[in-house]
Design a binder for this molecule. Sequence first.
Ligand code: PBG
Length: 329
Amino acid sequence: MSFPDIRPRRLRRTAALRRLVEETRVAPAELVLPLFVKEGLAEPRPIASLPGIVQHSRESLRKAAHEAVRAGVGGIMIYGVPLNEHKDETGSCGLDPDGILNVAIRDVVAEVGDSSVVMSDLCLDEFTSHGHCGVLTADGSVDNDATLELYARMGVAQAEAGAHFLGTSGMMDGQVGVVRRALDQAGHHDVGVLAYAAKYAGAFYGPFREAVESTLQGDRRTYQQSPGNLREALREVDLDVAEGADMVMVKPALPYLDVVAAVRERVTVPVAAYQVSGEYAMVEAAAANGWIDREAVMLESLTSIKRAGAQIILTYWATEAAQLLRDRI
Ligand code: PBG
């Protein structure tokens, strides 16, 4: 050994030392739980590719929201799944105040009030017969500006149902600004926008498509981003912030940590990351085979996402992780 005798291992010798110098610690309040509610269900229904996650009935949704809040989870993101026969070309049941998503928002707000942050997905893909995030032109392409009009109305309907924050996840140009203006014109100045600012057209959303019974044929590459593009993500983020986004999100999370870190450097609004269905399913599948330690990988993945710069993490493990983290403090 040379002088001075510098030994980084000194800081790792005991659990107490390691705890003292730990740089990144995930708190339950930073986790947001995505929840699916399906129209007409009497009992929750399992989702095969998302072990442990269900399509909720209205009643079980309220319970799950309550449990999440009791565990200390910071927020809830609600996705509505209509009956198939209610899907149409324009996704009209997504705008209907009595449609499953708006009804569910009211249910959850009645259950948890302001004790948590109730967010709702502002996108048409769960409600359209073709499964795209917007309406289509005659030639079958996604019509950006016609879609914006629907998002504006959908956003106001969700605000009227009581959502605190709206998750604009459709990747249409100008969506944040249009939704912001519509909210303000309707007097909903306090309802915020979580912009799914950098959302990649990758293959990690497979299980989600089962969860929402997606009818999509083809892909979303004309509106979601190509996996290799980082600068384009910063452009998207800049635009969303300029249009009034209160928070921005990167999605997926773990395969895009460099994007999370770059966005964190760039903006002063809170940055979220979405640990998507495919990320969750991979860990669950490996753990079910006994190949990895499920809880350890769960917490390690959340720590990594936070270390990269996400201050808010959407994860299907939110309630369970919150309980585990609380026990560890
Ligand atoms: C679309 C939307 C998607 C997800 C959330 N909102 C999927 C898609 O683009 O098809 C995926 C979330 C996940 O995979 O967990 N509105």
